[in-house]
Design a protein around this ligand. Structure first.
Ligand SMILES: Nc1ncnc2c1ncn2[C@@H]1O[C@H](COP(=O)(O)OP(=O)(O)OP(=O)(O)O)[C@@H](O)[C@H]1O
Ligand SMILES: [Mg+2]
Length: 590
């Protein structure tokens, strides 16, 4: 059916506007019937030469009143249409937004960003016409022929019956097209989002594409997709045009039938002259609303398809509302932690999905107020552990407990408040340096901001420029990689939380500044829980404990000295890095 109950239920506020819209249109129809009755009465009396001054006056007055009523009703109906579109847009966008907030930091795992944008912008826009024009027209198109039927029954029953019987032919033809159109339209939307996806990705990676001269290839790929999209668009347009032609044929044919009926009934003497004229003038009105509905048909189809997309988004499973607080100043303990990106690792005892296991039973402890480091070669799963702790990697196996409370029971907002995560690609927003820093601490004063900038060696650079008002472009792309990291660090230092995770937070910074920043991180370690992930072992030597990861497991752990004494992976890595760093320092030729 072309009425989506769930959609209307979701925006139930719009019901009253739709009803108002229908009522206004109906009043307009009633005024039209009155006008036509007065007019045909006058014509008939002129023909029979029984007209006098009074009847002329009466008709003119009736006509004036009817025109005024119709004018007011049209205004009202378009106003109602506007109000219902407005409500729909507001309500649906709010719902989508709230849904995303509930999905939280891991929404990316379930839905693509570009799809969200398209559904929220374009999809909702489609529904505007669905609610503003289609739905009111749907009800009006039912009501209008019935009203006319009742009125015309007083004039001539056979003609009225014939006209009424012809009206449903239009929706029948629509239904015939619908089954085919529905498939076509869902394909159309699929192509549309696919093209949007590719376009967005290619645009974001344009520089890279240029560097590898792969833009030509991508160009062709996109041309192919665009061509597919063009074809399907043309198909949709052809379908719409054809269905409009069919509806026109039925509408005009039906009206013509009404005229013929009126004429034959008049000749047979079954209807008066004024009645015959009225039948002729009103027969088209039987079909116009239904015909109008038909032309909103494709809008409705689009709206329904968009509605489905919106509901798909709104129906994405959410982790049930958690109530747990973050127990501050508590130990974090991971026991037998397993994780895989493409399967779910929580499935009880057996772990036999096809997905590659990234973490294979990890035991780690991050005691309150201690400084713990995680090292290991690239791809061994360090960032994955961090993302589990941040609540971003859900569906892990084993247990992660914070102060004895399961991680899964802790509300996401509580996690975010209590764990600060800084990576080498922390997001900086378009806006001033001050605005970006204040995300860490909304009420920070300027001296406070300068102080923290000083600590990360950014103050000098900013002073020589625009100070705290220095404007950052999107992703702070007008800063160097190292400057971005320093700013992200400054923001993290301002954020007063009990746990800090630094994931290669200083990887783009020269050794001197890196040492300064490490001093800051070590400074935190006295009173906060610090988890440091670093490639450079010189940074982790002071840790209370170091976990050395290898291929998703903990290979060894202990303090720097203990690990050196063991002579395992860590010791080997340390020696290699030391000899590299000292290379040339002791007079060796480079
Ligand atoms: N979003 C993801 N989807 C699928 N696989 C992923 C994802 N992120 C990481 N991986 C895989 O998980 C493994 C571990 O990645 P992780 O980012 O944890 O490594 P890492 O130890 O932090 O490495 P690096 O030192 O290079 O940052 C890698 O083999 C990677 O291919
Ligand atoms: Mg990493």
């Amino acid at each position: 059916m072309m009425i989506n109950k769930r959609l209307i239920g979701t925006v139930s506020e719009s019901k009253k506007y739709i009803a108002g819209n229908v009522a206004a249109q109906w009043c307009s129809l009633a005024a039209n019937i009155a006008l036509m009755t007065a007019l045909t009465g006058l014509l008939a009396s002129l023909f029979h030469k029984t007209a006098d001054k009074n009847s002329g006056f009466f008709t003119a007055a009736a006509a004036g009143a009817a025109v005024t009523v119709r004018f007011v009703c049209t205004l009202l109906s378009s106003r109602m249409g506007y109000l219902s579109s407005k409500t729909v847009k507001k309500v649906l966008r709010e719902k989508i937004y709230e849904k995303l907030l509930r999905l939280g930091a891991s929404y990316n795992g379930q839905v693509k960003t570009s799809e969200v944008v398209q559904v929220a912008v374009e999809g909702v826009e489609q529904l505007e016409t669905y609610f503003g024009s289609y739905l009111p027209q749907f009800f009006y198109a039912m009501l209008a022929p019935l009203t006319l039927f009742v009125c015309l029954c007083f004039v001539n029953v056979p003609s009225a019956v014939v006209l009424l019987v012809c009206v449903p032919l239009i929706p029948v033809s629509i239904a015939a097209v619908q089954t085919w159109a529905k498939k076509l339209l869902s394909k159309y939307w699929g192509q549309y989002t696919a093209l949007g996806d590719t376009f967005l990705e290619n645009l974001q990676g344009l520089t890279t594409l240029k560097i590898y001269q792969a833009d030509g290839f991508k160009n062709e790929e996109m041309n192919r997709e665009a061509e597919k999209f063009r074809r399907i668009t043309m198909k949709v347009l052809t379908m719409q045009l054809n269905s409009i032609t069919i509806m026109d044929l039925i509408a005009y044919g039906g009206a013509a039938l009404g005229v013929i009926m009126a004429a034959t009934q008049f000749r047979a003497g079954n209807v008066t002259l004024s009645g015959c004229l009225l039948l002729i003038l009103l027969s088209a009105d039987f079909f116009i609303p239904m015909r109008q509905l038909g032309s909103f048909f494709h809008v409705a189809m689009n709206g329904m398809a968009a509605g489905d997309k919106i509901f798909r988004l709104l129906d994405l499973p959410e982790t049930e509302e958690k109530t747990g607080c973050f127990p501050p100043d508590c130990d974090i303990v991971c026991t037998g932690l397993r994780f895989s990106y493409d399967g779910n690792s929580s499935g009880g005892g057996g772990f036999d999905n096809g997905g590659r296991e990234i973490l294979c039973g990890i035991n780690m402890e991050f005691p309150k107020g201690r400084f713990v480091s995680i090292v290991g070669e690239s791809g061994c799963g360090k960032s994955t552990v961090a993302a589990v702790l941040m609540g971003r990697n859900r569906g892990f196996g084993g247990s992660v407990e914070i102060g004895g409370r399961a991680l899964a029971d802790i509300r996401e907002s509580e996690l975010m408040k209590n764990i600060t995560y800084v990576s080498h690609q922390s997001y900086l927003f378009k806006g001033t340096v001050r605005e970006n820093l204040r995300m860490g601490k909304p009420d920070a004063s300027d001296p406070e901001l300068w102080e923290v900038l000083e600590r990360v060696n950014m103050a000098g650079f900013l002073r020589s420029g625009g100070g705290l008002d220095t404007f950052l472009t999107e992703k702070a792309s007008n800063l160097s990689g190292g400057q971005r990291q320093r700013l992200a660090l400054a923001r993290a230092l301002l954020h007063d939380s009990s746990v800090y995770i630094f994931d290669e937070a200083a990887s783009n910074i020269d050794v001197e500044s890196e040492n300064d920043i490490m001093r800051e991180i070590h400074g935190l370690a006295g009173h906060k829980t610090v988890i440091l992930i670093s490639h450079r072992l010189a940074n982790v030597t002071e840790s209370d404990n170091i976990y050395v990861m290898d291929g998703g497991s903990v290979a060894e752990s202990g303090s720097h000295e203990e690990l050196l004494a063991r002579g395992g992976i860590y010791a080997k890595l340390w020696n290699t890095q030391q000899s590299l760093e000292n290379f040339g320092k002791d007079g060796t030729d480079i």
